[in-house]
Design a protein. Structure first.
Length: 275
């Protein structure tokens, strides 16, 4: 049987050159250099066209179906490559953190063992020094009393009781309760960096991770951020910069992200909603 080029082989069986190359690479179709024997084409694809007769309907694939299937295959291959790269990164990070943890544990044990004896000695020395100082002070007071340098009458009595000091005003609110200035309706330029705004802080952290994945895999469709994430990113990073449209639409974008990331906003973070 005659030999034909790969382009001619694709024309004879009614498929693309990529299909011929894929069949050859997979070992399903034999080739001699850059040419293919027509007997191989008949074996793999059935009847072929000799230029005067059309390809048998059973051997001619639907171009639309083939295009759709090829697009799906390409998409799945892209997702598989991304998944493999993510798994490799995760495995590498896990191994690195495991080594760091082992080294830290070893260092802590070494420091503990080395510092155990000196620490006990230091405590004894501090106790002896304190007892010695207390003894000197007691002796000095005793001799001063004997010399009448200090008498009970010389001591000025307390005429007024010491004022009671309330420490309640100095106790900060619990860390898990964000203040009202964390409201999504009036985002201060610094609130996004403050961990006390717990929900906004988490949303910003999660959003930065999504943007990082999009930048790392720009061709992966499922890695792209949504329009709400893009707007919220500007809200939490540009400080609004006087853009009234962004400022007006920021709360809705952050509410969508809270729902998307399964974050429950505190009532203080929802306070201040304009009427």
């Amino acid at each position: 049987m005659p030999l034909v080029s790969k382009s001619e082989a694709a024309r004879l069986v009614g498929v693309t050159r990529q299909t011929i190359h894929r069949k050859i690479k997979a070992g399903e179709l034999s080739a001699t250099g850059s040419e293919v024997d027509t007997s191989e084409l008949i074996r793999v694809f059935g009847a072929i066209s000799d230029g005067t007769q059309p390809v048998t309907p059973m051997s001619q694939p639907d171009s639309a179906v083939q295009t759709t299937l090829q697009a799906r295959v390409d998409g799945l291959e892209s997702q598989l490559a991304v998944t493999r790269e993510q798994l490799a990164d995760t495995s590498k990070d896990r191994d690195e953190w495991r080594e760091i943890a082992k080294e830290a544990t070893s260092n802590v044990k070494l420091i503990t063992n080395q510092a155990a004896a000196p620490k006990n000695n230091d405590n004894i020395a501090i106790f002896i020094a304190g007892a010695f100082a207390l003894g000197l002070l007691t002796t000095a007071i005793y001799f001063m009393v004997l010399r009448n340098d200090v008498t009970p009458s010389d001591a000025a009595p307390l005429t007024e009781p010491l004022p009671e000091v309330s420490y309640e005003e100095f106790i900060p609110p619990p860390a898990q309760v964000p203040p009202t200035w964390c409201s999504i309706y009036n985002i201060e330029p610094f609130s996004k960096y403050n961990p006390i705004c717990s929900s906004l802080h988490y949303i910003k952290f999660k959003l930065e991770d999504q943007v990082r994945l999009q930048n790392k895999f720009p061709d992966a469709e499922h890695m792209r951020i949504t329009s709400a994430e893009a707007l919220a990113s500007r809200c939490l990073n540009d400080g609004l910069l006087g853009d009234e449209w962004i400022a007006e639409n920021c709360p809705q974008a952050i509410l969508e992200l809270a729902d998307m990331y399964d974050v429950e906003l505190h009532p203080n973070e929802l306070s201040g909603k304009p009427e």
